[in-house]
Design a protein around this ligand. Structure first.
Ligand code: LLP
Length: 432
């Protein structure tokens, strides 16, 4: 079977290539841990969204929490995308990357006054509001600046996205959004508040969704609300259906973006809502398979042999220079991500737990992986373009990885490896 990320992540003979660049050479040149992204893979992931939405008034707002590196934002901005942001920091990144604030939707359930003010000053396209209290505060902040804030209400449609509980967001018990039953009343209130202008409705039901059904269920509930709200004289211009489309990490079979959108458009048209502008907030599906995380094998630690009365042989460990601080997903969600050798060896494979140097048993990248590797070999964690670098930390005082963007045979350093001095920048010793 092809690797996740194919055709941009694939073997050419014994060498793993990311687009036109050999992974082992990139590891050699830039050092490891190293995130490598293919620009062409990102644009190829965007294309089916754009194609399926052609001829409709629409905006694809890349959910930048998936990967907020400036060169990634620059790539999507140049391709015409807007951005889904969740903090003032993300907004500053959009501006630094040359993105258009007029194409930004501001999501998130805990926006501060300062964040609201900044977003109003630069003129974001819409605030996706998640509670009645937030609505009141946004109105007050906007009115104090002499603005009217464009708002959409994030509705919690109470549908099950059938994904990991930590990344499921559209259930009643999740902290997100305004309860479906309260939505019409909340729109009434929004329409009355002086600092607001109602422009849309939105939902986001979860992440790594691999079926179309939950999207259609959420869409139906949203359209029911749009009809009820408009019957009261409040008009809703755009429908924002969030992000959440899954990718293949190992053997998942998510729908293609164009198939998902076609199914949604068919339902929108059948219910007579063709005239509405559409917003989507994809994150993972645009960048996940466009990136890999390269590391080096430091040590191999064989398990103890099976002894009489023991439960079996101990585990073999493949200790690499990449750890949970670089890539949290396995430790945090038990996520399974493919791990391959950058240069395949024609030698028998051994089953290893691939682990990092961090002092926690939870610091593993993959369990029970068959690999033929020796110390000094480079390995690649695949599908690491989303929620990899953007969730990285400095735990164990480990500098964050460098990042490279490749385009054909060209490789550009887009983020320098953090230096030890940067680790304690801004810290102070107590006066002696
Ligand atoms: N819109 C909103 C309001 C969101 O909360 C999210 C993701 C997205 C869009 C983008 O969803 P995507 O298309 O990427 O699925 N760290 C987790 C994923 C957390 C997703 C949070 N919200 C992971 O590594 O799996």
């Amino acid at each position: 079977m092809s690797l996740p990320g194919a055709p941009f992540v694939a073997y050419g003979g014994d060498e793993l290539f990311i687009d036109g660049c050999a992974a082992s050479e990139l590891g050699e040149r830039f050092g490891t841990p190293l995130y490598v992204y293919s620009r062409r893979a990102m644009l190829a992931a965007l294309e089916p969204y754009q194609r399926a939405l052609q001829g409709r008034q629409h905006l694809i707002c890349y959910a930048m929490k998936a990967n907020s590196s400036l060169a990634v934002l620059q790539t999507f901005a140049a391709a015409g995308c807007g951005f889904d942001i969740v903090s003032g920091g993300e907004l500053q990144r959009v501006l630094a990357a040359g993105g258009d604030p007029g194409k930004v939707v501001f999501s998130g359930l805990g926006k501060t006054r300062a964040e609201m003010k900044l977003a109003l000053e630069v003129g974001v396209r819409c605030f996706n509001v998640e509670s009645e209290a937030e609505l009141d505060q946004l109105s007050a902040v906007a009115a104090s600046l002499g603005h009217r804030a464009p708002v959409s209400l994030r509705v919690n449609p109470d549908v099950d996205a059938r994904t990991h509980p930590y990344i499921s967001t559209g259930l009643k018990d999740n902290k997100f959004g305004i309860a479906h039953e309260r939505a019409v009343e909340t729109y009434r209130r929004a329409a009355r508040l002086p600092g607001l202008e109602v422009v849309g409705i939105d939902c986001h039901i979860g992440s790594q969704i691999t079926e179309i059904g939950p999207y259609l269920d959420a869409l139906d509930r949203l359209l029911d609300l749009v009809e009820a709200v408009e019957a009261e004289g409040v008009s809703i211009r755009h429908l924002d259906l969030g992000g959440g489309l899954g990718i293949r990490y190992t053997d998942e079979t998510p729908p293609a973006a164009d198939a998902l959108i076609a199914a949604l458009l068919e339902r929108i048209d059948a219910r007579g809502h063709s005239h509405r502008a559409l917003v989507f907030e994809p994150g993972r599906s645009l960048v996940g398979n466009a990136g890999v995380l390269l590391g080096e094998v430091l040590y191999l630690k064989p398990g103890t042999a099976a002894e009489e009365n023991s439960t079996g042989p101990g585990k073999n460990f493949c200790i690499v220079d990449v750890a949970m601080n670089d890539l949290m997903r396995p430790a945090m969600y038990g996520a399974t991500m493919a791990i391959v050798a950058c240069q395949s060896r024609n030698e028998p494979q051994t089953v290893y737990d691939v682990v990092g140097p961090v002092c926690e048993s939870g610091d593993w990248l993959g369990r029970d992986r068959a690999l033929a590797v020796r110390p000094g070999d480079r390995i690649a964690v695949l599908s690491a373009g989303a929620y990899g670098m953007s969730m990285a930390s400095n735990y164990n005082s480990r500098p964050r990885a460098a990042e490279v963007m490749v385009d054909g045979e060209h490789a550009a350093l887009i983020r320098e490896r953090e230096t030890p001095a940067e680790l304690f920048r801004g810290e102070h010793l107590l006066p002696r």
